[in-house]
Design a protein around this ligand. Structure first.
Ligand code: C2E
Ligand code: MG
Ligand code: MG
Ligand code: MG
Length: 282
């Protein structure tokens, strides 16, 4: 197999590559301990209507490494997926998200918020995924209608019938699904209408192109029209400027998430943003 790679065969002897492999295995070893050392934390990014009224949040995982400081998810989530560590970590994230929803439920300022949690393909395809979600819902007694799960198209290309069955089962409990990074994966329009999702999430790469780029604008219009035609809500991620917001609003987008409305932030800052007094007391 290495031979078929031609000139790339040499990569096994490249000291740069060896260094990378070593850094990766160190990262993996550290990630194994991150959970029990309490180095993982959830941040919350507002999801808003056009006026900036917060109606929900996306939970985004943060790793504060003892020596290295903050390690970005783009670096450690792939390692977690490849090593299987995403299973215990994903369970922890879901449980923490439900506990957060319960804290929000106790304050009128945050009681109606929804919380979207990212679910990896590897996590979702486990045969016990739905059992785990159900167990967390029962244990925490969270209102499942406040819990949203974000899946990517790539998580849904394989074993589509099994995926739909899992989504249906969780939907019967009240949990809703959003299709994350929409437009970047391999979704087939042939099965999109079969998916029991309530929302499409327009990928940031398209949002970044509007209003200037004609192709980007056409793609955004098309995704929103597709959502409309299928009876789905549409949220845009990565909204950074008022011009992007104006474009998306005119195009018929329902919800917005991005630095324009707020960065991912710790729970206390998020609660303050929502006008909750919960953290002012501590
Ligand atoms: P994602 O689910 O698409 O999350 C959105 C990412 O865009 C987040 O990056 C967020 O901080 C960033 N973002 C939001 N608004 C803006 C903006 O206006 N401008 C720019 N430039 N960026 C914006 P983050 O937190 O680094 O997470 C990256 C990815 O890591 C996520 O992409 C998601 O795929 C994954 N991830 C994060 N937390 C979890 C988790 O708990 N479980 C799993 N399985 N994956 C996670
Ligand atoms: Mg997401
Ligand atoms: Mg996304
Ligand atoms: Mg993304």
């Amino acid at each position: 197999e290495a031979k078929a790679d031609g000139r790339n065969t040499l990569r096994f002897f490249d000291p740069k590559m060896q260094e990378l492999a070593l850094a990766r295995s160190v990262l993996e070893a550290d990630l194994r301990h991150a959970l029990k050392r309490g180095e993982l934390d959830l941040h919350f990014q507002p999801q808003c209507d056009r006026q900036g009224q917060v109606h929900g949040a996306e939970a985004l995982l943060r790793w504060q490494h003892a020596q290295r400081g903050a390690v970005p998810p783009a670096e450690f989530i792939p390692v977690a997926e490849q090593t299987g560590l995403i299973i215990p970590i994903g369970y922890w994230v879901l449980r923490q998200a439900c506990l957060q929803l319960n804290r929000w439920a106790a304050d009128p300022a945050t009681a109606s918020l929804t919380l979207a949690v990212n679910v990896s393909a590897r996590q979702f395809h486990r045969s016990d995924f739905t059992d785990q979600v159900q167990a967390i819902i029962e244990e925490t007694r969270v209102d499942p209608r406040r819990l949203k799960l974000e899946l990517t198209e790539s998580a849904l290309v394989e074993e589509i019938d099994d995926a739909i069955a899992k989504m249906e089962r969780l939907r019967r409990l009240g949990v809703a699904f959003s299709l994350d990074d929409f437009g970047t994966g391999y979704s087939s329009l042939a099965y999109l209408h079969r998916l029991p999702i309530y929302q499409l999430k327009i990928d940031r790469s398209f949002v970044a192109q509007v209003p200037e780029d004609a192709n980007g604008a056409a793609i955004v219009h098309t995704i929103i029209a597709l959502g409309r035609a299928l009876g789905l809500a549409v949220i845009a991620e990565g909204v950074e400027s008022p011009r992007q917001l104006a474009f998306l609003g005119n195009a018929g987008c329902d919800s917005y998430q991005g630095y324009l409305f707020g960065r991912p932030m710790a729970a206390a800052a998020f609660n303050a943003r929502c006008g909750s007094a919960a953290d002012a007391l501590v």
